[in-house]
Design a protein around this ligand. Structure first.
Ligand code: GLU
Length: 308
């Protein structure tokens, strides 16, 4: 029988010589303060059990991993119409503006910044920014099954002060009528969702409904339908790592979503949800050691959506 604790301990030990590799995101000043040597892994299986190693209980900024939770909420709010445009990989950087001009302000998929800002705009409809932020936070706590999940106000402020590209993306889309609210309100929601903090343990729990056909294995509550869970996973596989999505699928073979805080949430359908954290990033803004850890976990467990 597979001893998962032993397996992740082995991966953790085998990667010790690479700890600290990659570049910590510094375009958000608050993120630049994080210790590059942090490294944690947690795996939550379908029986609700979690195994972990390293800094798996320390909170970090989940950044773009929050796009999975915001998308799930927005699908609940407006339904599958949200997919009508927006399910193609972009092949461009997370904050790129180039396709927006060529494609009339319609961003390719909800995991690049531009469309994630549209998703925040959808969640804002009928609410004050504070309420929309509260809704995203409540949902994140609900899926993590942990009321202590919170937003780091310093990270949110840091993004608000320096997120010039996101401001440009939002204004550009508003000129096409694709953002409905004043951009500073929509961006307020987006920046706060990115500033949600979770530990690997919380994050692995938060993803497990996607490994289990939409149902939380612990509480048995259905969070989304089977079909919707499959589609979110498909999008994570094809678009979850920006212009590094092909490489991630090739090396790891599982749906995954990264964030510039150095976290990655990966889904092994029918098996488990895996969260890794190591702040050093590769050129595409994805955790370098985190990707390597997931590659080894996938190899050693045999978990892959492409076959045994
Ligand atoms: N808050 C970050 C930004 O908008 C998210 C990027 C990421 O995690 O990939 O730039």
């Amino acid at each position: 029988m597979l001893d998962l604790q032993q397996l992740i301990n082995g991966v953790y030990d085998d990667l010790q010589s690479s700890v600290g590799q990659g570049r910590v995101a510094d375009y958000i000043p608050e993120l630049a303060k994080v210790d590059p040597r942090k490294f944690g892994i947690a795996v939550t299986t379908l029986d609700g059990e979690t195994v972990s190693v390293g800094d798996a209980d320390e909170s970090f900024s989940i950044q773009s991993i929050s796009k999975v939770f915001a998308l799930t909420l927005a699908l609940g709010k407006i339904g599958d119409g949200l997919w009508r445009v927006g399910r193609e990989p972009s092949g461009t950087a997370f904050n790129s503006i180039i396709q927006l001009e060529q494609e009339q302000g319609l961003p390719r998929n909800p995991f690049i910044n531009a469309r994630a800002i549209v998703v925040a705009d959808i969640l804002l409809a009928g609410h004050k920014p504070r309420e929309a932020i509260g809704e995203i936070l409540r949902f994140s706590r609900f899926v993590a099954n942990d009321e202590t999940v919170s937003i780091d106000p310093d990270v949110a402020r840091s993004e608000q002060a320096t997120g010039f590209r996101n401001v440009a993306l939002a204004n550009y889309m508003r000129s096409f009528g694709n953002i409905k609210h004043p951009t500073e309100l929509t961006l307020g929601v987006y920046f706060h969702q990115c500033a949600i903090e979770m530990s690997c343990r919380q994050l692995s729990h938060a993803g497990v409904f996607l490994a289990n056909g939409g149902r939380d294995p612990h509480t048995l509550q259905s969070i989304v339908s089977h079909e919707r869970a499959r589609r979110i996973n498909a999008l994570m596989l094809t678009c979850g790592h920006y212009d590094g999505s092909g490489d991630f699928a090739f090396r790891v073979g599982l749906p995954g979503k990264s964030g510039v805080g150095g976290g990655i949430m990966a889904i092994a359908p029918g098996r488990a949800s895996i969260a890794v954290w190591s702040p050093g990033l590769n050129a595409q803004g994805n955790s370098m050691l985190g990707t390597r850890a997931l590659e080894l976990i996938a190899q050693r467990t045999g978990w892959s959506v492409f076959g045994p």
